[in-house]
Design a binder for this molecule. Sequence first.
Ligand code: SAM
Length: 428
Amino acid sequence: MSNALGNHILVEFMGCDPHIMNDVSSIERDMVDAALKAGATVINSTFHHFSPYGVSGVVVIQESHLAIHTWPEYGYAAVDLFTCGEMDAWISFDYLKEQFGAKNYSALEMKRGAVNLLTRLDIDLSSMRTKAAEWVNPEMYTRNVWFTDKDENQALSLRYTGEVFYDVQSPFQRVRILESPKYGKMLTLDDMFMTTEADEFHYHEMISHPALFTHGNAKNILVIGGGDGGTVREILRHDGVEKVTMVEIDGEVIKACKEHLPSIAAAFDNPKLDLIVGDGIAHIKQAPAEAYDIIIVDGSDPVGPAEGLFSVEFYRNCYNALKPGGILVAQGESPKFNEHAFTELNVTLQHIFGKDNAPVSLFYVPTYPTGMWSFQYGLKDGRHPKSVQETEAIDNFVSTKGLRYYNADIHHASFALPNFVKALINGK
Ligand code: SAM
């Protein structure tokens, strides 16, 4: 009979692989396996990935818990192995040391709840026993693995199943396909949510149809980015479109989405599509003048490969490549998440296209931090989206094509801006 209620091993794992230290699903799996290898009964696991990096999590076992907090930037993990009963937590220790590739470590073992220091209370345990007896071993423990996309002040967390369907570090970014019980499979790039099966249509219908109905006769369209394929899928719903050129810098994104997000990557084999794997910034620089009716910049956030997609030079080149009457649409960030990038982009577009030719449309994407997102326009002497009156044609198209977000009312409503957004873009 042990003279302590529990055994606690405090572990410092150092010199670990920073990528492993930042991989919430493999850490969750390793921590659960570490418990199972030591003969524990797992009740549930709750793990959280913090962006830009770091993981915290706990595995609750019938024999107490295993917990971890990682600092990938130091290759360091603080691990708690708290057990009671006959379980030998050193088995878990050895397994985790192996899995994390710890080059060195320290471990402090201490007895918890020294029985001789405790007084057993004379209470009727039967009620507790009946309560415990009511507990049915779920056989399958519940997994709570959370993914958080955040900046220094704000975050959006999604629970996901812990399954990783695709995980490749490309020359440009980390491309992953994960699955969330609520939003289905989702694409993340460098740990930022890009698109999910359940709400992608919000984004892809609003980046395409307002511009196509505003232009009214677009034949030749350029898409920069858009590697998930949702934007070209929507554009090619318009029979009048003759050619779409798509320039996506990262072939891994296209591959991942073709394999795991086929409902989004549905139009990659369309004969009207000319798919180029290359840098959109270089492509537009050498594009012929007045070549395109519409240019859509479906880029990721202004970091990494997409940084240049927010530059003055890039949008000046877009202007030159647009035909007179042409329309530019750009993923415009959020007036409530990264106000600076949002405002700067509109100032750039006003500067190049003219003060009244850079309208903003707002729409909602539940899996983007704050949910409020924007597309920003550049009108090259073309008509303003607000002047579109073809309500019947739009709603016929909407019902024929089975659209789930865009319609004639939303078309106009999306350009009606709250005062604080007007103030942001008018520099007030
Ligand atoms: N909906 C997403 C958002 O709002 O962040 C964007 C989705 S789409 C997946 C963004 C794509 O832009 C990515 O596939 C990324 O590889 C691509 N991209 C980033 N920089 C690029 C560049 N310079 N040229 C072409 N594609 C680029």
